[in-house]
Design a protein. Structure first.
Length: 182
């Protein structure tokens, strides 16, 4: 299989189902941003972090491919069977957030990004996740998007924030608290 097809040279691409759309289409922007998020999560996994965190992040990357496939499908024309997101995928994130929060100190301040490279990549991932969520909510106002996708991304951004805190905690790096001038 060739990597290049030359079918996108005029600024159009195909959705699953065959519909041709401009590369700036909200659906393309949605799954492109999810793909960007997936890449940043891969960078978190490349750091020396707990193997249990790496396993969850790998699971998340798999779910992001599932979300990407859903977003890449024309809801009107695609007949292809694609993987789907389950409520248990959302529950897994909630369970992980609760488990990490159980050992973390109470959050009393806003946290500035930073502390280590892995922590910084968690914060970048959280920001990209929020952007993906915003774009997908916009897409959902115009076209079908499975409700679970928005919920999953909302929960994932929370997970990434708590993971950043947990990684600081694990390596005994103080959180970068925001103490506003007033």
């Amino acid at each position: 299989m060739k990597i290049y097809t030359k079918t996108g040279d005029e600024g159009l691409t195909s959705l699953i189902g065959g519909t041709r759309v401009p590369k700036y289409d909200l659906r393309i922007e949605s799954y492109g941003t999810v793909d960007e998020l997936n890449s940043y999560i891969g960078m978190i996994r490349d750091h020396d972090i707990n193997s249990a965190h790496k396993d969850i992040l790998k699971e998340i990357q798999d779910r992001l491919f599932t979300i990407g496939a859903s977003l890449a499908s024309d809801p009107e024309k695609s007949k292809m069977k694609i993987p789907d997101l389950h409520l248990s995928d959302i529950s897994l994130l909630e369970k992980e957030i609760d488990a990490m929060n159980a050992v973390l100190p109470e959050l009393k301040h806003f946290i500035l990004p930073g502390g280590s490279q892995a922590v910084s990549f968690c914060h970048i991932s959280r920001c990209v996740c929020r952007r993906a969520e915003r774009i997908i909510v916009h897409l959902k106002s115009e076209s079908f998007v499975d409700d679970k996708i928005v919920i999953y991304l909302n929960r994932l951004s929370d997970y990434l924030f708590v993971l950043a805190r947990k990684l600081c905690f694990d390596i005994n790096v103080p959180e970068n608290q925001w103490l506003p001038r007033v």
